[in-house]
Write a protein that binds this ligand. Structure first.
Ligand code: PRX
Length: 638
């Protein structure tokens, strides 16, 4: 266990020290980890190139810190409790020793297949322990994993595999999702038609539905591990060697591969996990995070940090509403969960179904609740606090991003005084600032602006894979010498932060991050479409919904609107995945454009939000085609 903050006064003191001398602060925390060779310098950085390096010269392996470091104490402790999609199927658990042996065996399997340090391995898996075993085995042999969320389409999977030049894919025959199953292998097969770098494909048998195996390329997981040794000496990694790539959406172009490296990520995630959640590995604490390993939360706060901390985690394969809307609460009671971490979307969706599914469950083991992924509205916060936490459990509203690797602004459970919908205060070592649109720092409290970070913290992204310039342009160029988060925030009179949401063209749909340009590109691939513009709008359950304005080709005029819309949705599902399907489509004859040809999204956002008064649209006289605004407005009301 790392140094634990145990009172608010101590937090204030630790925070002060961490910002006055960050290198000394992180150096002390780093001492609790296993190093194969000590580092000789804590930090080297500039935000102009950017160049960010932590624990320079240090050699280590992150899985040695999960296993060899923890095993003397936790060998027989449960590491993973697996809860299948179907609550009638038997659940099972793995101790740290058993998990270690499985990871070692799979590490040897990967090596046998020719995977070496530095190679990229793509993982496209259901939410099952094998996804975690695959990630950890990659980390153990120094291969870089790129996990692709199982809900993404063949095209999205292929794009990610090709961008990283992955050599191996690890997937499953299928994935159970509530009452249905999705044929993962079939989707992977389609992707692999376009992936020349993939040499082998390991397939885990989960749904047992019949699938085609391609000779010389596809290997069953259970066959690949047969007779493979379950001991393995971990590969030595440099502190700054790549640990993983995770693709995420931005305001322009295709998703980019956010790169995280080994030591800084390891140290920051474990330290933040233990302190934000006040998780105690020496007690009976059971931690249940409902995220998927395809997202950063599943990397940092399911796989790495909890296992580094020696925690017992619940891995749940299914969805919140199967076989009924009480499933999360049933799981909490079944395993005596103490720490529960989920997304506002799930809370709102369950809240909308009323208290009936909640009431049969005791929920009396819960100590801490968490929220992540999008702003939580006050109503949902209060519902969660009262009905799930029974007014007894603090809610940690954790703000962070794929790029930050770990939680940056959050209460510490039971320590930081809470305010509904506020992420509250920065974590030790994190130095947020708010700036206006010109980059001028907004000093004092009671201000609102663009949220930036002015000093590096160990788990921040180092680059975007294969394109360092893109990393620089996206995050470090908007405001010189600052990391720009893309979020707007307010700092209230008490210095508490409230995250207001994205200020760029990124939308957050049910906690899934999507770029409007990315969705437009997908829509435009439909043969009936001339042009499209996508904006987000407030949605009661999803946080934000997707609103698409679409101009059709003349040949579509003879088709029914229902068929056209269905066809467009199908295209989006094929290009990105079901999560990117627009909630509303408005067929229009034109889009409001400036004289330089740029779509004026501000107006489209207003219409999508339900604003009917043109006087509230701001200046539209600079438009090339001001008359289109009235026309769109009229058809939006139909
Ligand atoms: O807009 C913020 C929102 O999610 C974005 C990051 O998305 P992603 O990289 O997918 O990571 C999500 C999981 C960490 C942020 O820029 N966001 C995340 N957490 C919160 C949040 N917005 C408000 N409150 C939060 N707690």
């Amino acid at each position: 266990m790392l140094k634990k903050i145990s009172s608010f006064a101590e937090y204030q003191q630790v925070y002060k020290e961490s910002t006055e001398n960050p290198e000394k602060f992180w150096d002390e925390i780093a001492q609790s980890f296993l190093w194969k060779k000590p580092y000789n310098k804590v930090l080297e950085w500039n935000f102009t190139e950017p160049n960010i390096k932590w624990f320079l010269g240090g050699k280590l392996n992150i899985t040695e810190n999960i296993f060899e470091r923890n095993l003397p104490k936790f060998a027989q402790k449960t590491a993973i409790i697996f809860e299948p999609n179907d609550n009638k199927e038997a659940s099972y658990s793995l101790t740290y020793q058993q998990l270690f042996e499985k990871v070692c065996q799979f590490s040897n399997t990967l090596t046998n297949l020719g995977i070496q340090k530095g190679d990229c391995v793509a993982i496209y898996m259901p939410m099952i322990p094998e996804a975690i075993i695959a990630m950890l085995a990659c980390a153990r042999i120094g291969a870089v994993h790129s996990v692709v969320f199982g809900g993404f389409s063949a095209q999205s999977l292929a794009d990610r595999i090709n961008d990283a030049g992955a050599k191996l894919l690890i997937t499953a025959d299928g994935v159970f999702r509530g009452a249905k199953s999705v044929p993962l292998k079939e989707i992977a097969d389609k992707a692999l038609e376009k992936c020349p770098t993939i040499q082998k494909n390991i397939v885990f048998q989960r749904t047992k539905e019949p699938i085609a195996m391609q000779k010389d390329r596809d290997i069953w997981w259970h066959k690949a591990i047969l007779d493979v040794e379950n001991t393995h000496n971990s590969v030595e990694m440099d502190a700054e060697d790549m640990l993983f790539i995770l693709y995420t959406s931005g305001s322009t172009g295709k998703p980019k591969g956010v790169v995280h490296t080994t030591a800084g990520y390891m140290i920051y995630t474990q330290y933040s996990f233990e302190n934000v959640f006040q998780y105690d590995p020496n007690s009976n604490d059971i931690y249940f995070c409902t995220a998927d390993v395809g997202w950063i939360t599943g990397h940092s706060y399911i796989t790495y940090a909890p296992l580094l901390a020696g925690a017992t985690i619940v891995v749940y394969e299914g969805i919140p509403t199967f076989p009924n809307a009480g499933r999360f609460w049933e799981i909490i009671d079944k395993y005596a969960v103490t720490h529960f971490y989920t997304a506002p979307t799930a809370i709102r969706a369950l809240q909308a179904l009323g208290l009936e599914p909640v009431l049969p469950h005791k929920l009396d083991t819960l100590k801490v609740l968490g929220s992540v992924g999008e702003p939580i509205n006050v109503e949902a916060w209060e519902w969660y606090f009262e009905n799930i936490g029974k007014k007894r459990c603090p809610i940690v509203d954790t703000w962070w991003q794929t790029e930050t690797g770990g939680i940056l602004i959050s209460p510490l459970a039971g320590i930081t005084p809470l305010k509904p919908a506020f992420a509250t205060l920065p974590f030790p070592g994190v130095m947020p600032i708010l700036v206006d649109n010109e980059g001028k720092e907004l000093l004092g409290n009671g201000v609102e602006g663009n949220l930036c970070i002015k000093f590096p913290f160990p788990s921040m992204l180092r680059t975007t894979f294969g394109d360092h310039e893109r990393c620089k342009q996206t995050y470090f160029s908007t405001y010189p010498n600052l990391y720009f988060t893309g979020d707007g925030a307010k700092r209230d009179e008490d210095g508490y932060y409230r995250i207001l949401g994205r200020v760029d063209d990124v939308i957050n749909v049910s906690g899934h991050r999507l770029g409007t340009a990315e969705i437009e590109n997908a829509i435009n691939e439909n043969a009936l479409v001339v042009e499209s513009a996508v904006v987000g709008y407030p949605h009661d359950i999803k946080g934000q919904g997707i609103y698409a304005y679409i101009i059709l080709k003349s040949e579509a005029k003879n088709m029914s609107e229902t068929n056209i819309k269905a066809d467009i949705l199908k295209t989006v599902q094929e290009v990105i995945g079901a999560i990117a399907k627009p909630d509303k489509i408005l067929l229009v004859n034109g889009l409001p454009k400036t004289r330089s040809g740029k779509i004026m999204r501000r107006i489209l956002r207003k219409i999508a939000e339900g604003e009917h008064n043109i006087a509230n649209f701001g200046d539209i006289t600079t438009l090339l085609n001001p008359e289109i605004v009235e026309e769109i407005l009229k058809s939006s009301k139909v």
